[in-house]
Design a protein around this ligand. Structure first.
Ligand code: IPM
Ligand code: MG
Length: 351
């Protein structure tokens, strides 16, 4: 599902890599976003959703176009992603923020702050104010319009993402920081209570809590203190873009959205770069395809049970950076500027 804007360009590069490491893979393409609207009049055509349900994994590009916020919700390209997440119950969205040592100088932060950053934001993806009812723009008795959205989490929704966080921490450095706003919001009070309860089942994992405002500050000040950050849908959306900047460019960061669905060897998932469709640079062969390629590596690991191949792809990315290849978003003087397609070719070459 390549989608819109730079989505098709970066996905094409990831598919090149797929052909190189997994020539036997069976792939199908499905329109979503603006492409879905063009093809079938809706952001997520039924045929696209049906194909998605039939696959082990979805490699997703990006959706959205300029000015879409003014359209009705069911006509917005971005809605396709929300519908997919909901339909497939992809509640656990892993967004790693990892700084390749080669890119220390590309970050807008001081090297000593970001060198060695290696954290993952686990964003709950199918609940919260994104999906809570009631929602809408209404008119009150005096004729004034008001907007309403509802922050809402059930205990079981919090429990399942909490378990995902503790399991992930066991594979990493054994630390979970739960981010909430329990000092103000009841939903978040429940969030914290459930995190503490589930955390008791994982005595080997350290659990800490931060309010979201303090977490935003700590991410900028001492990002190395974090291992796994688990948080709700809205806070996770915001914090993950902020965390991306620690690593030099949002064009570097992959993500995996996992749910209950299983493949024969792993979890059914949707994999997408965390950057958006970037219509301003679309079609110019300048977008960074590494986030899409690294998303494919996550796909290999989590949905296809091919951790070794995933490592090969990640090493190849590391190698092209070491060789000095840079797209413009991570360019530094003395390095070799390449376009989207050339970067994809360089990764295949490195493989
Ligand atoms: C993201 C994006 C989406 C979101 C948009 C495109 C609906 O910002 O994946 O972070 O808000 O979840
Ligand atoms: Mg976002």
């Amino acid at each position: 599902m390549a989608g819109d804007g730079i989505g098709p360009e970066v996905t094409t590069q990831a598919v090149k890599v797929l052909r190189a490491v997994l020539p036997e893979a069976e792939t199908v393409e499905a329109p979503v976003g603006l492409a879905g609207i063009d093809a079938r009049g809706v952001p997520l055509p039924d045929e696209s959703l049906a194909l998605a349900r039939n696959c082990d994994a979805i490699l997703f590009g990006a959706v959205g176009g300029p000015g879409e916020e003014a359209l009705p919700r069911d006509k917005r390209p971005g809605t396709s992603l929300l519908l997919l997440r909901e339909a497939l119950q992809l509640y656990a969205n892993f967004r790693p923020a990892f700084l390749f040592p080669e890119l220390v100088g590309a970050s807008s932060f001081k090297p000593e702050v970001v060198e060695g950053v290696d954290l993952v934001i686990l964003r709950e993806l199918t609940g919260d104010i994104y999906f809570g009812q009631p929602r809408g723009i209404e008119t009150d008795a005096s004729g004034q319009r008001y907007g309403v959205n509802t922050m809402r989490y059930t205990e079981s929704e919090i429990e399942r993402v909490a378990h995902a966080a503790f399991r992930a921490a066991r594979q990493r450095r054994g630390k979970v920081c739960s981010v909430d706003k329990a000092n103000v919001l009841e939903t978040m009070q429940l969030w914290r209570e459930v995190l503490i309860r589930v955390g008791a089942e994982y005595p080997d994992v350290e659990l800490t809590h931060l309010f979201v405002d303090a977490a935003a500050m700590m991410l900028m000040r001492t990002p190395k203190r974090f291992d796994v950050i688990v948080t709700g849908n809205m806070f996770g959306d915001i914090l993950s873009d902020a965390a991306a900047m620690l690593t030099g460019s949002i064009g570097m960061l992959p993500s995996a959205s996992l749910g209950e669905g299983r493949t024969s060897v792993g979890q059914m998932g949707l994999y997408e770069p965390i950057h958006g469709s970037a219509p301003d640079i679309a079609g110019r062969d300048i977008a960074n395809p590494l986030a899409a390629i690294l998303s494919f590596a996550m796909l290999l690991r989590h949905s296809l049970g091919m951790g070794d191949k995933a490592k090969r792809v990640e090493h190849a990315v590391r190698k092209v950076l070491a060789q000095g290849y840079r797209t413009q978003d991570i360019f530094q003087p003395g390095k070799t500027m390449v376009g989207t397609a050339a970067m994809g070719d360089a990764v295949v070459q490195a493989l």
